[in-house]
Design a protein around this ligand. Structure first.
Ligand SMILES: [Zn+2]
Length: 429
């Protein structure tokens, strides 16, 4: 067992944050030998219960749950910050040419190592990631995540049409590869697999049908895709499926809406779609920096809360502009404020933080596993230094409430705040 003494941020209930200003986080192994939180609370109350405990004292620091990124593309590491006129030209001119390179296992492995290092540097300890269409890219990423003991979920992209040579896959083989990857990786250590149709236009009906069959056969496996990001994309889907009620309903038709299915964006949807997300237990991955960068539109938080479906935050690198959960939370605040195309509201700092930790975990079906520091949660956490920059030090010193403190971190923060990222390890007896 090991313990950390610092200010500790965790969630007592949905989006209800607690800051234990002089707290103790006690970490020990569960019955499977995995490091989990044993206790969290006030130092004065807890330290007497664990005599002889090794305590690392981190004065002036805040321990908080590791961040959960619900949607990110690891082959788009080098696509970040590429200029383009909207989503479809951006895919054609930057994304597909970069993704081609992942047919090479060595290139995939190098990029995977850099990518995971970058996640950890920014305090992200769980992610749901797209690989490329090449199985080697999945093996590289999940292999590296396993080596680093990270809870990572990933999948080979399915795209058998409307894509150039080098990234387009073959319908039959793509499904065979997907099932082989599920069997190789899903549930191994902390890893998970996600069936990954890129989006409706890039998948034939046969491929979507096959993906849906695998989603039914393996209910614990995740499904990830994109929906209703951009109006040109929606018009394209309408041409392909003129009978469909909506873009989202195409996925429903193929059995791809269910718990552990996560759809990035969900911007241009209506109340019927929202009810469909809620009724099927499907989650939305809100990707605000990407949506602002590509000019796609604004996620409707009020509509989402009215319908009650699950959602959380995502970087969507490389459409997104940053790995930093702080940048993503701030962009989510901007998106929430926007009141010209939908109801504008002010998301509270606690809500923003929850959406990138416990809320994202819940949307992934990992409630009580990651994204929080309650007893039993895997011991993934960040050590934040609120004095990391002169302005942060000045501003956080003046915070009179938890909301003021968290908002200062969200607005002024980036990876300089993240002094250390700690990932739960498997302990050998
Ligand atoms: Zn995406």
């Amino acid at each position: 067992m090991k313990a950390y003494r610092a200010a500790i941020l965790y969630f007592s209930d949905t989006a209800q944050a607690v800051l234990e200003t002089d707290g103790l986080l006690v970490v020990g192994a569960n019955t499977q030998g995995r490091q989990v939180v044993q206790a969290v609370g006030a130092y004065s109350e807890l330290f007497g219960r664990y005599p002889g405990l090794a305590i690392e004292h981190l004065p002036g620091r805040i321990i908080a749950p590791g961040f959960v990124d619900m949607h990110i593309h690891y082959p788009q590491l080098d696509v970040i910050g590429s200029p383009a006129e909207g989503l479809l030209p951006w895919l054609e001119n930057y994304t597909f040419p970069h993704e081609k390179r992942f047919s090479d296992p060595d290139y995939s492995a190098q990029t995977a190592a850099f990518f995971i290092e970058e996640l950890l540097r920014h305090g992200v300890t769980t992610a749901l990631a797209f690989a490329s269409s090449h199985p080697a890219s999945v093996n590289a990423l999940l292999g590296e995540a396993q080596r680093r003991s990270l809870r990572l979920i990933a999948g080979k992209v399915l795209m058998d049409q409307n894509a150039p040579d080098g990234v387009r896959d073959e319908t039959e083989q793509s499904l065979v590869d997907t099932e082989a990857l599920i069997q190789r990786w899903h549930g191994v250590d902390r890893l998970g697999y996600a069936i990954t149709p890129r989006f409706v236009p890039s998948c034939s009906q046969a491929q979507l049908r096959g993906a849906g069959e695998l989603a039914a056969k393996y209910p614990q496996v995740w499904v990830q895709s994109h929906v209703a990001e951009n109006k040109d994309e929606i018009a394209w889907v309408r041409e392909l499926y003129p009978q469909a009620r909506s873009y989202l309903s195409v996925y429903e038709q193929f059995g791809l809406l269910r718990p552990r299915a996560v759809y990035a964006h969900c911007i241009h949807i209506d109340n019927e779609d929202r009810a469909l997300l809620n009724g099927t237990g499907t989650a939305a991955a809100i990707s605000p920096t990407s949506n602002l960068f590509l000019g796609s539109g604004f996620f409707d938080y009020a509509g989402a809360d009215q319908a009650g479906f699950l959602y959380g935050l995502a970087s969507d690198v490389g459409g997104g502009t940053s790995f930093s959960p702080f940048h993503t939370m701030l962009a989510a605040y901007y998106v929430g404020r926007e009141g010209q195309t939908k109801t504008g509201l002010s998301l509270t700092p606690q809500q923003l933080w929850w959406q990138h930790t416990g809320g994202a975990a819940r949307a992934l079906g990992l409630d009580g596993v990651v994204g929080n520091l309650l007893p039993g949660c895997e011991a993934d956490f960040v050590v934040l230094n609120p004095q990391a920059t002169p302005l942060l030090a000045r501003k956080t010193a003046q915070a009179n409430s938890l909301d003021e403190l968290l908002f200062a971190l969200i607005v002024l923060g980036d990876e300089r705040l993240v002094e250390k990222t700690v990932v739960s390890q498997a302990q050998t007896a």
